[in-house]
Design a protein around this ligand. Sequence first.
Ligand SMILES: CC(C)(COP(=O)(O)OP(=O)(O)OC[C@H]1O[C@@H](n2cnc3c(N)ncnc32)[C@H](O)[C@@H]1OP(=O)(O)O)[C@@H](O)C(=O)NCCC(=O)NCCS
Length: 143
Amino acid sequence: MIAYSTDVSVLDATRLTGFFVGWPAAPTAERHLAALRGSHRVVLALDGDRVVGFVNLISDGVLTGFVPWLEVLPEYQKRGIGAELVRRILAEAGHLYSVDLVCDPDVKPFYDRLGLFELVGMGVRNRAVLTGGPGAGESKGLV
Ligand SMILES: CC(C)(COP(=O)(O)OP(=O)(O)OC[C@H]1O[C@@H](n2cnc3c(N)ncnc32)[C@H](O)[C@@H]1OP(=O)(O)O)[C@@H](O)C(=O)NCCC(=O)NCCS
């Protein structure tokens, strides 16, 4: 049975393993935890003590919010957990005017079904920041 929590205060990095699947440079669990702690709102999907999915919202707290991360561990996907995380983070953002996110084209049908509509996104990426390794801050460019 999957439980959902918005409390990251008791979370520690050892419970954030297995995420950022397929990323060439994944953030460490400690950086992942820091990102969650720095967020406006977070929803965690929990199987017992194990974190099996997460979504976060960053925001000015008044009008606008952005959902930078959503992930469900591969062995827990296609059970409705991702959709439930999105529904819950949108409920957490009910006080805001706008909530935006950027996704790859293949994930668009997932968000379509949750009632989101298409926007045009623009951005830069600094991959070295993910790991905090040498060169952080130098290269801005493609994903
Ligand atoms: C996208 C993601 C969060 C979905 O999580 P999930 O728990 O598998 O999603 P759900 O089980 O709630 O899926 C709900 C529906 O969307 C569909 N769906 C899920 N991912 C999809 C995708 N990439 N493309 C199209 N449909 C998708 C599911 O098949 C399901 O449909 P169904 O109810 O008819 O079976 C998960 O695949 C994931 O973590 N992917 C890697 C990270 C990622 O892409 N995150 C999004 C960044 S914007």
